[in-house]
Design a protein around this ligand. Structure first.
Ligand code: PDD
Length: 288
């Protein structure tokens, strides 16, 4: 039985219970975070925590936990669950506004946030090896989510519906485009395109999640290569004409896309710049 954290206690997963009057359940009124760890070491713990604290501040939720408290919760979940779940663990952190006695949209006064965290097994660390990397097949669609996609909200219905829209078309992700036809992100990933040796990714805005893998990859590439990197609007035509497309997320790290709408991306193979990017990411990710 795995151990989870709920409101100050570490308890067996099957004993974790919250009220159905919790605003996380009724309204999706909360913030979450997913942090990868390998052999007990987290990737990007500090930036993940900063993003969560920013999100909580935007929602006026005060979880009353310091960075040190969150570190202790994370470390204990890894220590307590490693024997059962293995050495590759995702840590899920979740704060909802809390449980009320009635259902009303306004923030209740004096409500105590519900804090929940658990560990789950994730795939082994991605390997920078062209032969061992299978690559993704994706489709495209119009981004129909809300205008605050920069908040890592537990209200993920828009993302869930888009992910399923992609899956229903045989895709392993869906690349989303805004009303102007510009790339935003995938249902659960950020997106990079490469053309003629130049890397481009959409700029941070309320249209995309500020992905931590995106942030770390940009920092690593800037520090360790001379490759030109552009953060700018990217049209659908550019995506379809790209030499390479990469998806980034905490569990995927840098994942190459092989086809978009059943059409090959560039050579249709896992490509050279991807190899450079994933090699550098693997080498330096624990520095962040
Ligand atoms: N998904 N964009 C969206 C909409 C996401 O949900 C995610 C992450 C990302 C990548 O962010 P990061 O690099 O910080 O993992 C981009 C997580 C893992 C999830 O919901 O499970």
């Amino acid at each position: 039985m795995t151990t989870v954290y709920l409101n100050g206690d570490f308890i067996p997963a099957n004993q974790a219970k919250i009220s159905p009057m919790d605003r996380g359940f009724l309204f999706g009124d909360g913030i979450y975070e997913v942090i990868p760890s390998y052999n007990g070491r987290c990737v990007g713990f500090t930036p993940h925590l900063e993003r969560m604290q920013n999100g909580l501040a935007l929602l006026s939720i005060d979880a009353k936990l310091t960075a040190k408290n969150w570190q202790q919760i994370t470390d204990k979940l890894i220590a307590d669950n490693r024997a059962e779940l293995g050495d590759n663990l995702g840590i899920y952190l979740h704060v909802s506004r809390g449980t009320d006695t009635k259902r009303g949209h306004a923030f209740p006064a004096n409500i105590t946030p519900t804090i929940f965290a658990f560990a789950f097994a994730i795939p082994a660390q991605p390997i920078a090896d062209k032969a061992k990397t299978t690559g993704f097949h994706v489709v495209t669609g119009q981004d129909l989510r809300w205008q605050r996609c920069n908040i890592k909200s537990t209200s993920l219905l828009g993302n869930v519906l888009h992910y399923q829209q992609g899956a229903d078309q045989g895709g392993q992700e869906i690349l989303l485009f805004d009303e102007q036809g510009n790339l935003t992100e995938g249902a659960s990933v950020n997106v990079f395109i490469i053309k003629d040796g130049v890397i481009a990714t959409p700029p941070l805005s309320n249209k995309i999640l500020p992905g931590i893998t995106r942030q770390i990859l940009l920092a690593i590439l800037a520090k360790h290569t001379d490759i030109e990197i552009q953060q700018r609007e990217i049209s659908q035509a550019e995506v379809l004409a790209a030499d390479e497309i990469w998806l980034t997320s905490s569990s995927k790290e840098v994942a190459p896309v092989l086809t978009v709408n059943n059409q090959p991306v560039g050579s249709g193979q896992v490509d050279d710049l991807w190899l450079v990017a994933q090699q550098l990411f693997s080498a330096h990710k624990f520095d962040y």
